[in-house]
Design a protein around this ligand. Structure first.
Ligand SMILES: C[S@@+](CC[C@H](N)C(=O)[O-])C[C@H]1O[C@@H](n2cnc3c(N)ncnc32)[C@H](O)[C@@H]1O
Length: 326
């Protein structure tokens, strides 16, 4: 392994393709992106490990049948949250910081973060020094997009929000907006209600919503912002119903941080493993192409479509798409 390296503001400017704001610089400084690089031999071992994993027969595929698993997963986070709240002896739930929450309560951070201590950065595998490296790099992408697009917006919806930790992050940038967390699991809504009951600054609304069967009675507010973070990935190539639903609403902007297969380079070995993984898991596939078709028909405008070069061991999962209705 190499000597310790660190992702800097300049590195992020390079991958994001633009000069970044003072706000984002400050956020990057708060996180710690120290890491080691692997040697060629170590990289080869990682590749072999991933290839073995991809070769397994019993691969878990995303899709309609997975609702119960998601329900169970978030129920566990809900239970942990309840326990953390009960543990407090001073009349103030331990989990909820009295001043503005700088980082999300640990209980609502999905357990799949930091599952492996191998991550992806600029088409290489790296070993982070800190456990929160992946989560914080996802937060940098959010800080970047939220700073640009949600600061002065009146209504914000996160679809497929899970425990709602991204909404907490959005709240840091916009403390006045009406915010909604939507998900097809009931435990998601329970977590979000609990967060809002315990901290009046959160003020999140929640609603059950299934990408596979959008509820047209739920109307989105004019000029609102919709965002998704690694949740639309779960629908595979069955995304048209959700897009049709969004196009019928008067939303101002849609922001996605999702694995976008079209952004990966199949000639690059490490990217190619991610492409294989996305296909095997039945993750989002063909979404950007569909948006481009809709753009060519004048139905929407793509404002941003780029990869972030950040990912976990198996997947380069945090590409960015921003689009608006014409
Ligand atoms: C990987 S988690 C991401 C959760 C959250 N966005 C985050 O970043 O922590 C995927 C989320 O998508 C939700 N999901 C999966 N299929 C869905 C569907 N058909 N409709 C709505 N939500 C769905 C799951 O319940 C889960 O909360």
């Amino acid at each position: 392994m190499s000597e310790i390296k660190k992702i800097t503001v300049t590195d992020f400017e390079e991958v994001l393709g633009e000069k970044i704001s003072e706000y984002l610089k400050q956020k990057i400084d708060e996180y710690d992106f120290a890491y080691y690089e692997f040697s060629k031999e170590e990289e080869e071992e990682i590749i072999q490990k991933i290839e073995q994993h991809l070769g397994k027969e019993d691969f878990v595929k995303a899709g309609k049948h997975r609702r119960d698993q998601w329900e169970k997963g978030w129920e566990e986070n809900l239970k942990n949250l309840d326990e953390a709240i009960l543990l407090d002896k001073n009349g103030f739930p331990k989990t909820f910081r009295p001043s503005w929450a700088k980082f999300s309560p640990q209980e609502i951070i999905p357990k799949y973060f930091a599952k492996h201590d191998i991550l992806r950065w600029k088409q290489k595998f790296v070993k982070p020094l800190k456990k929160n490296f992946e989560l914080n790099s996802l937060y940098v992408i959010q800080d970047w997009l939220f700073d640009k697009y949600i600061r002065n917006v009146e209504t914000i919806y996160e679809f497929g929000c899970g425990t709602g930790h991204n909404l907490l992050h959005a709240r840091e940038i916009n403390q006045d907006a009406e915010m909604w967390g939507l998900d097809w699991t009931k435990s998601s809504q329970e977590i979000i209600k609990k967060l809002s009951q315990k901290n009046s600054k959160y003020r999140f609304n929640s609603k059950n919503f299934d990408y596979f069967n959008p509820d047209y009675d739920f109307k989105l507010k004019d000029d609102s912002v919709v965002f998704t973070v690694v949740s639309l990935e779960q629908v595979g190539n069955d995304f048209k119903k959700f897009i049709d639903y969004l196009l019928k609403q008067n939303v101002g902007l849609c922001i996605h941080i999702e694995p976008i297969i079209e952004h990966l380079d199949e000639k690059n070995k490490i990217d190619n493993l991610s492409i294989e993984y996305i296909k095997k898991r039945n993750y989002l596939n063909g979404y950007l192409e569909h948006l481009r078709n809709l753009e060519s028909k004048g139905e929407l405008k793509i404002l941003k479509a780029q990869r972030s070069y950040i990912g976990s061991m198996f997947i380069d999962g945090y590409s960015v798409i921003v689009w608006s209705k014409n």
